[in-house]
Design a protein around this ligand. Structure first.
Ligand SMILES: Cc1cc2nc3c(=O)[nH]c(=O)nc-3n(C[C@H](O)[C@H](O)[C@H](O)COP(=O)(O)O)c2cc1C
Length: 199
């Protein structure tokens, strides 16, 4: 098949986010490998905290947008901070919303759009462990609940507030190599999988 299409999602929307910086490193690697990258700005989706009463009044546009993005891409690189050992509410909320749209307008349901997506996990934190504790929960959430296929390689960038140079590159070659390993595994696995349900 042709080169996989890859979503890159950062679980923090704040300006200066360390995880967005790490996502940018992964994005450059994906592009250099010849794959198509679509960065997803979770803040721009403007999703409210999930509430069934809001859903009953009409699915937010951001949920449909995220469902469509999953339907159009085979792979995902997720780069999220850890909040008290868990992936961020911003990330979980967005994926909860994306799991809700039903099949319509030629697009699959949210769960169908996400199912089979090949995903790689990265995290960054100023702390020593780089947010690693959350990756287990993220892995479980994406795999057991959303049906994604998570590659075994993962990486938590510790002391991330000192990890980037002025150009946004990782100072430590070993850290960079760990990101490349995750990206390459995602691309290799996605290339071996069946195409995305649409496009
Ligand atoms: C509510 C909250 C909980 C946090 N819990 C953890 C934690 O469990 N482990 C950790 O390494 N850092 C934790 N942090 C620190 C974040 O890793 C740090 O703020 C990081 O810079 C957030 O990622 P960002 O720079 O991409 O926004 C927490 C921060 C917040 C706001």
């Amino acid at each position: 098949m042709s080169a996989p299409r890859v979503l890159v999602i950062a679980g923090s929307a704040r300006r200066g986010s360390l995880n967005q910086q790490l996502a940018a490193v992964a994005t450059r690697e994906i592009e250099q490998a010849g794959a198509v990258v679509t960065p997803v700005d979770l803040r721009a989706l403007a999703l409210p905290v999930y509430d069934a009463d809001i859903e009953a009044r009409g699915m937010p546009d951001g949920a449909r947008t995220l469902r469509r993005l999953f339907a159009e891409h085979e792979a995902l690189v997720l780069v999220s901070p850890e909040y008290n050992g868990f992936p961020t509410p911003l990330l979980i909320n967005a994926l909860d919303w994306a799991s809700r749209p039903v099949a319509e307008d030629g697009l699959p349901s949210g769960p169908t759009a996400m199912s089979g997506t090949v995903a790689g996990l990265l995290s960054a934190s100023p702390g020593a462990f780089g947010g690693m504790r959350s990756l287990l929960f993220t892995r479980q959430f994406l795999q057991m609940n959303l049906g994604m296929l998570i590659v075994p390689e993962q990486f938590g960038l510790g002391l991330a507030d000192k990890a980037f140079d002025a150009a946004g590159a990782l100072v430590d070659a070993k850290a960079h190599a760990a990101v490349v390993k995750v990206v390459q595994s995602v691309l290799r696995t996605a290339a071996a999988m069946k195409p995305s349900p649409v496009v």
